[in-house]
Unconditional design. Structure first.
Ligand code: SF4
Ligand code: FES
Length: 338
């Protein structure tokens, strides 16, 4: 007889869910989905060891467990706290959590410049969203802010440390995806900074993923910088037969031009598959790809504003017989390889 699967019951903002032992409160909330999911600026489910740095995911545990119902004395980081059977958690139903999160956002914004109007991440930046949701209009900070020169990490990636919130995600990408430690965080406290020691180019096939995981505009794609605002582009899911990665990407169109290529992101803003640099930086012709359908974006997202809902291949494909043939040929090649 198969072993019975043990499940723990946890209630988040009044909604019960059964989860496997070892599940964190954040992941239990993600199983429920919707507004009760705490924001996460540093946790990334595909990066081992991530989480516990930013405190945006704080929640209140109002009942510890069935066996020990005492509440936890302080708010806890939901990405690092595992559930107990009978646990009751409050997120958006707790004024204390909302107030604490507002404080966390204020701290994250102490050194982060409010340069959204010229930042490439605007429109898909988690800190911008949190700022709108919780940020106070003014600042109470009177001291000089940290400022750094922009650094080009090779010819494809730029680091703008002023915007970095030290979430460590890019460090984990470098450590875990490239199997070589290419950069890290130097110094401590408010002297901490991302560094490659000698500012050497991050030269690895998968290093472009640091751009996708960065929750703010600290690491940007130099092939896309200042090309367009993200809400003027049309994202379309596409794939190609790539020998290095899954080849499943999102193409960001402006008219007939592919302005950038990114990994496909899920509802929590995490990439579904890490993609290689060739897919990201070197294949920006429509004929390189088999187009699938418009990317599904959150209904509140500025990216979806005024956009089509039906699959509508860009004019570049519809009006060019060669590109139509190339797209069909790619499709057949991929089908044969399945
Ligand atoms: S550069 Fe971006 S991903 Fe890296 S630590 Fe800073 S905020 Fe996080
Ligand atoms: S997401 Fe939990 S501490 Fe950053």
């Amino acid at each position: 007889m198969a072993d019975e699967v043990v499940k723990l019951k946890v209630t988040i903002d009044g909604i019960p869910v059964d989860v496997a032992p070892g599940t964190t409160i954040l992941n239990a909330a993600r199983q429920i989905g919707g507004d009760i999911v705490p924001p996460a600026m540093c946790y990334y489910s595909k990066l081992e060891g991530s989480g516990g740095k930013c405190r945006t995911c704080l929640v209140k545990v109002s009942k510890g467990s069935e066996k020990d119902p005492r509440p936890m004395p302080k708010l806890v980081a939901s990405c690092r706290t595992t559930v107990m059977d009978g646990m009751e958690v409050q997120n958006i139903t707790s004024p204390e959590v909302i107030e604490a999160r507002k404080g966390v956002v204020e701290i994250l914004l102490i050194n982060h410049p409010l340069d959204c109007p010229i930042c490439d991440q605007a429109g898909e930046c988690k800190l911008q969203d949190l700022g709108y949701e919780h940020g106070a209009e003014g600042t109470r900070y009177e001291f000089e802010r940290r400022t750094f020169e922009r650094i080009d990490l090779g010819d494809k990636i730029q680091l703008h440390m002023n915007r970095c919130i030290l979430c460590y995600r890019c460090v984990y990408v470098a450590n875990q995806l490239t199997e070589e430690r290419e950069h890290g965080i130097l110094n401590r406290g408010d002297h901490s900074e991302i560094s490659t020691h000698i500012e050497k180019a991050l030269d690895h096939d998968f290093i472009g993923n640091v751009i996708d995981v960065c929750p703010v505009g600290a690491l940007t794609d130099r092939t896309f910088r200042f090309k367009n605002r993200v809400w003027f582009t049309k994202p379309i899911d596409a794939h190609r037969d790539c020998p290095t990665c899954s080849g499943k990407v999102t193409l960001w169109y402006k008219g007939e031009e592919v302005l950038r290529v990114t990994g496909r992101k899920d509802e929590f803003g995490e990439v579904e598959d890490f993609i290689c640099n060739t897919c990201r930086f070197e294949t920006k012709n429509t004929s390189d790809w088999v187009l699938e359908h418009p990317t599904v974006v959150e209904k509140e997202s500025v990216i979806g504003a005024n956009h089509y809902k039906q699959f509508d291949p860009p004019a570049v494909i519809k009006e060019d017989a060669d590109l139509q043939l190339a797209n069909v040929a790619q499709l057949h090649r991929t089908e044969r390889l399945k």
